[in-house]
Ligand binder design. Structure first.
Ligand code: ADP
Length: 392
């Protein structure tokens, strides 16, 4: 049985690092190098005893080994780190980014059954994860990056969560915009830390939403920081560092505007899956998912579904539609609901919300309120892009 020694060892690490700094400031470079060697050895031990941080500890160990041997500290393009010889600090910085990366881990209990319609897309996604897992001849390489494109709210995030949920994989939910703005100028360090973390926690799925924000075609107004983040992601996609091919590390990138992606970026995502607006059957399925446990016998679901298709509703629109209709029914049956707010919570828990079967009238107002942002011209554009670039 492996014992987690990281707590004990990290105290020791702090102590030796301090001795290193002291020796360096006193100008005793021989002693400083010896201490750097001790730090590196300790990090290698920590990597052994802490599989969840193996890549991370090994990576920092390489830097300390360089310091110990008086070589320039490696600064791999792949890492995006800016370590320098004085780099007690950069180690702390790396630790900070690693913690931020770990905080992007979300638990996914979404299953394929939570997704209505999208049968073809679901099959393609299942295939992707199955191929990654199966034993296979060396020439058959699993997909490392898959692009999901289509109108907003069609279930791209949901598909990624279901892939992670079904594999019980570690799920990293990355919103490009927020990574770029929050860690401005340093986002590429976060991406490196994220992929280290993903390798340590494999099987892992890294989901990058709003991918277009990182990869505007021709990038005239793409900032240097954005370019760095993108190149960091692409390098990790190529999997240079992933020598152990039995580890699943899949990057799923999603975009609502695939035509904004640079062709060089596209080539790194050979599998591009079109997540379409739901058709009639899919609309009915999605509504059923979002009205679970309610009585829908009075509804003519196929007729409602037809109307939803005409209105170009996405899965998200359908979810909102059902919510609105349910609220209509709830207000109808529970006229003075707000007055119960005066009751203590324990009393509330003893009461039951009144419900009745949903009916067409509940949907009338909801239909008036929900408008799809997608136009016919948008759909044409998606179809055309799919014909040229979409691949299965
Ligand atoms: P996207 O990532 O494509 O913008 P999401 O996956 O975030 O869309 O979908 C938003 C929400 O809409 C989901 O959380 C889910 O509640 C609902 N939804 C979208 N598509 C579907 C679907 N096919 N089946 C069930 N619910 C869906």
């Amino acid at each position: 049985m492996k014992v987690d020694l990281s707590g004990v060892l990290s105290g020791e690490l702090d102590r030796i690092r301090k001795e290193y700094e002291e020796a360096k400031s006193a100008g005793d470079m021989d002693l400083a190098r010896q201490k750097a060697r001790n730090v590196a050895d300790l990090l290698r031990q920590m990597a052994q005893s802490t599989p969840a941080r193996q890549t991370y500890f090994n990576k920092i160990a390489v830097k300390w080994e360089a310091i110990a041997e008086g070589r320039p500290v490696p600064h791999p393009a792949t890492s995006g780190y800016t370590a320098t010889e004085s780099s007690g600090d950069s180690v702390d910085e790396e630790e900070g980014f690693r913690n931020k990366a770990d905080s992007l881990i979300t638990k996914s209990d979404v299953t394929w059954n939570d997704i209505g319609g999208l049968e073809r897309v679901k099959r393609l996604m299942m295939e992707t994860v199955v191929i990654a897992g199966l034993q296979k001849p060396a020439a058959i390489k699993p997909w490392k990056g898959v692009l999901l494109f289509g109108p907003p709210g069609t279930g791209k995030t949901l598909l990624a969560s279901a892939a992670a949920g079904s594999l019980q994989a570690t799920f990293y939910d990355v919103k490009s915009e927020s990574v770029l703005s929050k860690y401005f100028g340093e986002s590429s360090k976060l991406i490196s830390a994220l992929y280290d973390s993903a390798r340590d926690h494999a099987p892992s799925i890294v989901f990058i939403d709003e991918f277009d924000a990182l990869s505007q075609a021709r990038g005239d107004n793409t900032s240097e920081a954005t370019r760095k983040v993108l190149s960091s992601i692409l390098t990790h996609l190529d999997g240079l560092q992933d020598k152990k091919s039995d580890r699943l590390l899949l990057t799923l990138a999603a975009t609502n505007t695939p035509w904004e992606l640079d062709t060089a970026v596209l080539s790194r995502f050979p599998r591009r899956i079109y997540v379409t607006l739901p058709d009639k059957d899919a609309c009915a399925e999605i509504m059923a998912i979002h009205m679970k446990e309610l009585d829908v016998k009075k509804l003519d679901l196929p007729v409602l579904a037809e109307e939803c298709v005409e209105r170009r509703y996405s899965g998200r629109d359908l979810q909102n539609l059902c919510q609105q209709a349910m609220w209509h029914m709830i207000h109808d049956k529970n006229q003075n609901l707000h007055k119960l707010a005066e009751l203590p919570f324990a009393d509330l828990q003893k009461r039951k919300l009144k419900v009745r079967p949903l009916q067409r009238e509940d949907f009338d107002e909801a239909f008036d309120r929900i408008h799809s942002p997608v136009t016919k011209a948008d759909l044409k554009r998606f179809d055309k892009w799919n014909e040229t670039y979409g691949e299965v």
